[in-house]
Design a protein around this ligand. Sequence first.
Ligand code: IPD
Ligand code: CA
Ligand code: CA
Ligand code: CA
Length: 266
Amino acid sequence: MARSALLNVMVQAAMKAGRSLSRDFGEVQNLQVSMKGPGDYVSQADRKAEEIIFQELSKGRPGYGFLMEERGVVEGDDGQHRWLVDPLDGTTNFLHGLPMFSVSIALERQGQIVAAVIYNPAMDELYTAERGGGAFLNDRRLRVAGRRALSDTVIGTGVPHLGRGHHGKYLVELRNVMAEVSGIRRYGSVALDLAYVAAGRLDGFWEAGLSAWDIAAGILLVREAGGFASDLEGGQDMLETGGICAGNELIHRALLKTVRLPYQPS
Ligand code: IPD
Ligand code: CA
Ligand code: CA
Ligand code: CA
């Protein structure tokens, strides 16, 4: 498969960061770890991977701006482009020796997501998409799953870290969805969750409380695989609100409706 020059720059950055993560994954017990907030860890591995991506992308496309999880905002000179980077999505998994983690890189041009790369080094799975050009897993073109009834679906979610006494809204959503679907999964890397929706492995996904770097690449993958993504109100403010619901057209609609139902004893 011939990739564009832009995707090549992104793939090279993601795979180089992925190799660094793989090395650190092998000796995770030696890493320095600190806490940014309840349940929110950051390690040397996150920072090293982010530095690699920053260097590679700056070299490949000088002047573009950045929004990176650990480093924050780096203003660019060109005023049109912004990279959204999560160097290690699934830090908690990584630190527990669970291989469900990924590198996520998206490019925005004039506020529109135009290119995406998600890489899981442990499984050597590389997901790529460019606006209008389709979504791919390695060389294989992706298509969202075709299931039509919520009762047949396996749905992914993320469990937000809200602190004691603040889980009420999520528990209502979870109960509502559990009552309708055939299975629920919580893998721990939202970038991979969305890549799995694009690949038809998950029929749908929802989560709240996310950041733009978590989901920007995944949103493009889902869309380019023929799927639908919205925020939890049904609008397009996913990056601003941090809420996301995704699936094929029918499952997206049904899941969104179910997530938004009031409490129902089940
Ligand atoms: C986290 C993961 C997780 C999601 C959290 C995210 P991080 O990202 O994507 O699946 O449930 O909300 O913060 O911190 O490991 O990059
Ligand atoms: Ca984090
Ligand atoms: Ca993340
Ligand atoms: Ca991260």
